[in-house]
Ligand binder design. Sequence first.
Ligand SMILES: [Zn+2]
Length: 259
Amino acid sequence: MTLKQLSPHVWLFPFEKGENITQPNIGIITDGDHTILIDAGNGAPHAERIKTAVSEQGFAPVSQIIYTHNHWDHVFGAHCFDVPIIANQRTVPFLERQQTIPWGEPFLRDRWENIPRMRHQVMEMLTCAGDWSQFSIKMPTLVFDNQYDLTLPNVHLECRYVGGIHAIDSIVVEVKNEGVVFVADSYYPPPIYEQEPGEEELLDLDIIRDFLTPDADIYVDGHNKPFSTRQMQYLIRFQEMKQQSKGKDLREEIGECRV
Ligand SMILES: [Zn+2]
């Protein structure tokens, strides 16, 4: 896998989509002896590919990880790295719950049979997770409430809590002075297995407006190619128009008052 350079100290291990594969974008911040990952990958095979790419690029081994939120495809690779992990404090209870789950094929087969709405996720986990005997949920070693600033010799990262409908523990990470913001899944609709009817295309516009900044022009979300500011603004306008036209449909459906 070839890493993509986004700015002087920021690289991307790009997302991959495929049948039963959900592999998010992984940010790689490198500065001398430090290599920081933004998210840990969806399982051991992904984590090993990230490690290889980091070493082939000549970067220092991964020294820290930042979780953007608690979802499995962003945290299940973490057990392959023996390094400190930074996360929002709201991520902790979700991971504590995940630690009590007997992860492995028998558990997932059971989930497949008994919780139909989770079948897609189960298939993805089975495809991506690798060797369950080595698997564990890694807890953060440093947590923060609203904001945490991480300063390296030449790089300043600002981790900021945003919450939202996709995951209430979502954060965004802005690489100051390099014009890059990692926004992960923060503005997405809720995950499929939590969606109510009509929520599948619901984007959290307030979160997008919140993380847009004149200091950045590269926004890296969880599962797409990076967006420019212009593309993000287009996304807001497009979503607003869709919401307005839905309102119109509803009025047409209700019909005119007969009295
Ligand atoms: Zn997510």
